[in-house]
Design a protein around this ligand. Sequence first.
Ligand SMILES: *Cc1c(COP(=O)(O)O)cnc(C)c1O
Length: 390
Amino acid sequence: MLMDPLVARMRPFGTTIFAEMSALATRTGSVNLGQGFPDTDGPPEMLEAAVRAIRDGRNQYPPGPGIPELRAAIATHQREFWNLDYDPDGEVLVTAGATEAIAAAVLALCEPDDEVVCFEPYYDSYAASIALAGAVRRPVTLRPGPAGDYEFDPDELRAAFGPRTRMVLLNSPHNPTGKVFTADELTLIASLCVEHDVVAVTDEVYEHLVFDGAHIPVAGLPGMRDRTVQISSAGKTFSCTGWKVGWACGPAPLISAVTRVKQFLTYVNAGPQQPAVAVALGLPRSYYEGFRDSLRGKRDRLCAGLADAGFEVLHSAGTYFVTADITPLGGTDGVEFCRSLPERCGVVAVPTQVFYDSVDAGRHLIRFAFCKRDEVLDEAVARLRKLSAG
Ligand SMILES: *Cc1c(COP(=O)(O)O)cnc(C)c1O
């Protein structure tokens, strides 16, 4: 037997930082603001619909592309919120979370050595999916600008495109930074996709969590509808991250390619949850607005507390997350800082440097999740205050 039986292309990937930090939180009894999952349940109508589906015997394999009522609900949602038209038969695919949609899209569309442009810090599954495909990531670095918003250098983005570029993998609203890409930034990205004849895969799982500004789906920009695979998921919008019901929408040739791979990854998933997510997608606007307003309040609550505790807090315009600079508290390395934080004050956060190829750009930054009950956020802040109290 080999010392390490793991294939070479996966060896750079250890256990995900989320698993490491969540285990640390459990072991030390810390308040876990590391992993991004809500600590309250989603809409009761949705939960009841899932229970009903189980009792009604919807417990066998659903159809490969997803049940028709869910595909129809996804298409209606895309039209009503984003003015995008997709045919539920052929242009909508239900997946095992956004994660599977991303993996299937990269595996279906990238040949070995093709290049994928993405922004760092990147969501950790992107690097792994690109590596599994034998493709090469071309990260463009997001850096905090003078106003506390993350920015990128347009020339660095232009330079990342070349003859081997096959895909842009874009996440807006962006995890871990909370950045919401602006219309100007998205227009530049779209124009480069058109110029270089590149496919866009857009991870929009936080589409309903924009607190400042507006969410702009890239698929709606000129020339993009027929070269974009738009991905989202019920997990974040309906506070059911354990259900793993996601979807991909796009032109039939791209969705057909993604389906070809997806069918051999999981085939199908979440039989009884699929009708429940169809119910959730049909909830009135007031649900979406109330959910966003609630998370905006939590963002404000945690950001104020972090600033009070001595962090330099960067601007989060969306998602479940905010990043903070540890320099004012004497920190220099986020990994060390986060590993010692449970001992020092009983709180868990995630170092963002693990999501960069240029580690130095993120060495001093850590991420907190604010998708938690107010009393949990208050307790975390009370504990973090000890850091500056000496
Ligand atoms: C949570 C998350 C995902 C994964 O979504 P699932 O539906 O749980 O697979 C993908 N992308 C980003 C940016 C996320 O934050």
